[in-house]
Design a protein around this ligand. Structure first.
Ligand SMILES: [Zn+2]
Length: 187
């Protein structure tokens, strides 16, 4: 069972990505939102589709989970690894129907230094699905933001170093959730 889990999360590492766009810093889905909703928390500005006729629609319950797990990532990671070096201190988060198994993405605007995270609107059909998928992805993607305290943007966006950026982001997700789950399963 443990090996099976490692295989799943090993695959997870390869599926999560970060990118370093030079021009386009687009967070919304292609075509934009029909009815864009926005919520601002202390550290995040969350955007999502409010029209339930759209495939990108996210329920209020899902957005509440997004907020909770992002805050959890902030509270767990920043005391040791420092707050992300986003210039305005607020990270934009877009929630929409990403491709199955795409999980999430973190983008850096190299001109402004702003960071942005994309998340799925339900994680339906993914290997780590539903709320478990959201937990793992928020922990993983937020750590990509934190990583910029320790590596410069060029290194962060260079695929040569994916082994480090992806591996350490997956390690962080492991710290936040997987190890605890394994402990609970033993108890
Ligand atoms: Zn990643």
């Amino acid at each position: 069972m443990r090996l099976f889990k490692r295989l799943i999360f090993g695959l997870f590492v390869t599926l999560l990505t970060l990118s370093w766009p030079t021009r386009c810093f687009a967070g919304p889905p292609t075509g934009g939102y029909v009815n864009e909703n926005t919520a601002t928390t202390t550290h995040f500005e969350i955007h999502w589709e409010g029209s339930n006729t759209s495939t990108h629609y996210a329920t209020n319950n899902w957005i509440n989970n997004v907020r909770a797990y992002l805050d959890n990532a902030w509270n767990f990671q920043t005391p040791i690894w420092q707050a992300p070096p986003d210039p305005d201190g607020v990270i934009r988060v877009d929630v929409w129907n990403k491709e199955v198994e795409a999980y999430g993405e973190t983008k850096l605007d190299i001109l402004s230094g702003n960071l942005e995270i994309e998340l799925d609107n339900d994680y339906a059909g993914t290997i780590v699905s539903g709320e478990e998928g959201l937990k793992m992805t928020t922990a993983h993607e937020f750590f990509h933001c934190v990583q910029l305290n320790w590596v410069d943007g060029a290194t962060w966006g260079n695929s040569t170093y994916n082994w480090f950026t992806e591996g350490s982001a997956d390690w962080m997700a492991d710290q936040m959730y997987t190890q605890k789950q394994q402990v609970y399963q033993k108890l």
